[in-house]
Design a protein around this ligand. Structure first.
Ligand code: F6R
Length: 241
């Protein structure tokens, strides 16, 4: 695990975008694993700038997102489908048909989850997987628990996650209680993992991820088993590492 110390959020975003841009230039048909949440927004902004100003071409890229709230339609303002369109896809030349996000409205969860795992396998895994990290150490919505979840699954969101994500909704009561999330097998099948962390609220999770044992109570700690992880973190997020 390589720790890259960044001066601030903007520096973190630029550095992460540079790695993704290099990947796309070297392999135009790259498979990118993408994340939502507030942390990657700056990275997406920088990639949009590179697309506009330096002709970074996404026309042959395929993307696979980590997760979606269960019960939210793609049109819902807080769905991750909506987030990706507004923050990234609408501003670059990716083909929407090549973008994949779990179906939050599925009536057959088991089938949807199995198909999502098959999709990742059929794509040969992600060339790069972009990740944020929850205050509780979750990656995607793999929440702390008794064991690591390998497969895409429906998850009951942790109380801490519901509280942390309430800032995006009108009230905490409106935050969906469940999500469909990619499991750790697909995430770990990525050739390169970029984990972004910004702010003091992430410091304890980052310290445990880096220094603690590999423990399902801190799901991000499993990244210690991956040979190619770059952690881009600002000073506040690195304070305890
Ligand atoms: C988002 C995701 C989550 C977030 C995490 C951090 O697709 O899977 O794991 O990365 O909750 O969220 P922010 O960046 O909002 O602090």
């Amino acid at each position: 695990m390589q720790l890259i110390s960044c001066t601030d959020y903007a520096d973190m975003s630029r550095k992460a975008a540079r790695v993704i841009a290099a990947q796309v230039r070297l392999k135009p048909q790259s498979v990118l694993g993408l994340a939502t949440g507030s942390t990657p927004v700056g990275t997406y902004k920088e990639l949009i700038r590179l697309h506009r100003e330096q002709e970074l071409d996404f026309s042959r890229v395929t993307s696979v997102n980590l997760d979606e709230y269960y019960g939210l339609s793609p049109e819902h303002g807080q769905s991750y489908h909506h987030f990706m369109r507004v923050n990234f896809f609408n501003h670059i030349n990716i083909s929407l048909g090549n973008t994949h996000i779990p179906d939050g409205l599925t009536k057959d969860v088991a089938k949807t989850c199995a198909e999502y795992d098959q999709l990742v396998t059929s794509l040969g895994g992600m060339d790069i997987q972009l990740l944020g990290i929850g205050n509780n150490g979750h990656i995607a919505f793999n929440e702390p628990g008794a064991f690591f979840y390998a497969q895409t699954h429906l998850v009951d969101l942790d109380e801490k996650t519901i509280k942390a994500n309430a800032r995006f909704f009108e009230s905490e009561a409106e935050v969906p209680r469940q999500a469909i999330t990619m499991g750790l097998r697909s995430i770990l099948s990525a050739k390169l993992i970029l984990l972004l962390a910004s702010g003091a609220s992430k410091a304890a999770a980052i310290a445990k991820m880096v220094k603690g044992p590999v423990d399902p109570q801190l799901p991000a700690s499993i990244l210690q088993l991956h040979p190619n992880v770059m952690v881009f973190a600002d000073q506040e997020a690195l304070a305890l590492a």
